[in-house]
Design a binder for this molecule. Structure first.
Ligand code: TXA
Ligand code: MG
Length: 365
């Protein structure tokens, strides 16, 4: 392996610098050389550069959370509005003490679900620049379970601000290849750790005493949180895009996220049969459909099946969602038919992403 030790670029202007920056791309092998790559990534982060890395949810685009310059590079590389705050990643839950005001409820959540796919919003200490928190006086804390992610944070020796490593408005990346397509030439290093295990972003919660409120649903569900919090509330904007006001609890709610270029046709039906008939009656060449391996032969041949897995379980759907939305764009599909998942339990994360991708429109059969 030849990993050149380089100083990170001073600034990442948008388009004109795209070709100017050389991105080190490293694919993890499971061998000894991985440690060298993670050390290099840690050094780049410590010196204020950008490193994209795998987590169990989606790939993150990391930079030092204590540096205004580093954080502003993230916004430039992503083309992200600067009022949308970043999640700060730590290698262990107690590391949040250095930059946030923790609480008993935070530690109850941490004990049960960290490291893992949960993000907790806490009051911030002065050391975190408001450039990282989109001007808010709170900070989002997450401790990923992915070993590479935590190894990198440990090597960096500073908390790491990391949004999803996609260009703003594109689906989150769930493979190194997705990151490369969005970020090559815009970041110092990309660490490719294969496909993300979960595939949708972490559950985001705010705390109020012993209670919590879900701002973004993920793999840690309402029922799971109820084991450690007295009341668990779900923000109305989770399931209803029209409930996002001018001043939402989570600024990310107000942006049109997770959207492919194709129009997402979200169909609510009592049965699978109804959904299949509707698609066969209304779909035309150039349309695609989310279909399990079992069901795909039931759609007429001119409709492109986008395979959600063997049976289309919520785990398979979560895992494949963003890959399929990107694939739909690669195939230049006009419309993608998707059966609306239930608005509850482990399906809520999927529901939340799809309702946004469909701009809130659902066709009821
Ligand atoms: O799984 C994940 O959480 C991934 C991986 C990379 O860790 N990260 C991620 O980051 O999804 P991002 O930036 O794409 O989404 C962060 C969400 C946004 O909706 C943002 O508005 C919200 O968290 N958020 C961050 N800080 C917040 C704060 N202080 N108050 C309210 N919402 C906050
Ligand atoms: Mg994102």
């Amino acid at each position: 392996m030849h990993l050149q030790r380089r100083m990170p670029q001073k600034s990442l202007k948008t388009a004109e610098c795209e070709s100017g920056m050389k991105t080190v791309y490293y694919t993890l092998t499971g061998g000894n050389e991985d440690a060298e790559a993670i050390r290099l990534g840690g050094n780049i982060l410590r010196e204020g550069g950008l490193v994209a890395f795998p987590t169990e949810t989606v790939y993150g685009l990391g930079a030092s959370a204590l540096s205004v310059d580093a954080a502003s590079k993230i916004y430039e590389a992503k083309g992200r509005p600067s009022d949308n705050p970043l999640i700060v990643h730590v290698a262990a839950p107690e590391e949040a003490e250095t930059f946030a005001y923790t609480s008993d409820t935070y530690y109850r959540i941490a004990e049960k679900f960290m490291p893992g796919p949960i993000t907790v919003i806490l009051p911030k200490r002065d050391v975190v620049p408001t450039a990282v928190t989109g001007g808010l006086n709170t900070v989002a804390v997450r401790c990923p379970v992915n070993e590479t992610a935590r190894g990198l944070i440990r090597e960096a020796g500073v908390p790491i601000a990391a949004p999803s490593a996609n260009r703003s408005g594109k689906p989150s990346p769930t493979s190194g290849e997705h990151v490369k397509r969005d970020m090559d030439g815009r970041v110092d290093m990309i660490i490719d750790g294969g496909e993300c295990a979960i595939g949708v972003e972490s559950t985001v919660v705010t705390l109020d005493g012993e209670n919590c409120r879900i701002l973004r649903p993920g793999a840690v569900t309402e029922d799971m949180l109820a084991e450690v919090c007295t009341f668990v509330e779900i923000d109305p904007a989770v399931a209803d895009v029209t409930a996002v006001g001018d001043n939402p609890s989570s600024p990310g709610m107000k942006y049109r996220h997770y959207a492919p270029a194709a129009k997402v046709m979200l169909i609510e039906s009592d049965t699978e049969e109804q959904f299949i008939s509707y698609v066969n009656e209304n779909g035309t060449a150039g349309d695609g459909v989310f279909a399990s391996a079992e069901n795909k032969i039931r759609f007429k041949p001119e409709i492109e099946p986008l395979e959600t897995g063997e049976k289309g379980t919520f785990n398979e759907l979560n895992h494949n969602l963003y890959r399929l939305l990107r694939l739909a764009d690669d195939k230049c599909l006009k419309r993608i038919y998707i059966r609306r998942p239930p608005k509850r339990g482990e399906f809520l994360a999927l529901f939340n992403r799809l309702i946004r991708a469909a701009s809130g429109e659902v066709i009821k059969l």
